[in-house]
Design a binder for this molecule. Sequence first.
Ligand code: DAH
Length: 339
Amino acid sequence: MIERIETLSDQVDTWSAQDLKELDDLRVKYLSKKGEISQLFNDFRSVPGEQKRLVGQKLNELKDKAQQRLSELKELLDSQKQSNRNYDLSRSAYPYPLGTRHPLSIVRNNIIRIFSMLGFTIAEGPEIEDDWHVFSSLNFPPEHPARDMQDTFFIEKNPDLVLRTHTSSVQTRVMEKTSPPIRIICPGRVYRNEAISYRAHCFFHQVEALYIDKDVSFADLRQLLEYFCKEMFGEDTKIRLRPSYFPFTEPSAELDISCNICHGKGCPFCKHTGWVEILGCGMVDPNVLENCGIDSSIYSGYALGMGIERIANLKYQIKDLRMFSENDLRFLEQFRAAH
Ligand code: DAH
């Protein structure tokens, strides 16, 4: 008898019902007058007196358990029915609007993608920097007029600290810590004390690239620039280098690309020259290498720095820089298809 009770108890544990009909079948099979459990109550009469207490207890437990399980299954079915009713299968699978990437992130990711194909890795540095990393190590002596080119925010309590005006500061940080070969890009935010207008902001974003090794030449730099511009702006993009001046590179150059709006024919965007400027670059000045503990008689290298906003302006013809930081959804949502 006990064995029989235990088998039925195990069966109760495995009960399941897809609908009310199946549930009722279970009830009939086990608990109706002729059901298996009820049957046991009939058999109970013939259990010898000394076993009655134990068997009776087990039998009652089984019956309670079976009833409990039936009501649990009923609750489960009811709640499923409830939630079925809440489904609206005609609704869109994506009821929530998907966000879009910020155009500056799109462009930055694209720059990172292109440089990483060439083996460059990412380096980062602090936005609050000391004079050494932003200026002195990069060949800006104190009082050097080139410091004026970069309208610097100083930290009031400590004049040695500034908000970095360019990501070139990360160059120094990496060169001080790493021995060549070095091949890095440094994306990041920079700050300048400019009056805010459609063409200037007090903060913007740059990507710096640095390559130091034995026998690096200007030809390597030119090759990299050509590859980068074609990847970024299309195969038919032409490049042109103009001599320029930066304290930390010698020789220095500025890079123009053929205007990607009129394709070099001349339009208001390129001021009818057919060319637009995109970045500054050059061979790292030997003084800078020495400042960072790198032997300039063995190693040479190139560096370049570009504004992410500038590249985004060219790619998407965004005329007002302020749009990048206003978070106007009407502007941001236009980049839905870009990635
Ligand atoms: N740091 C410069 C700026 O903010 C950009 C730049 C020019 C970076 C030439 C370079 C470089 O590495 O070689 O205007």
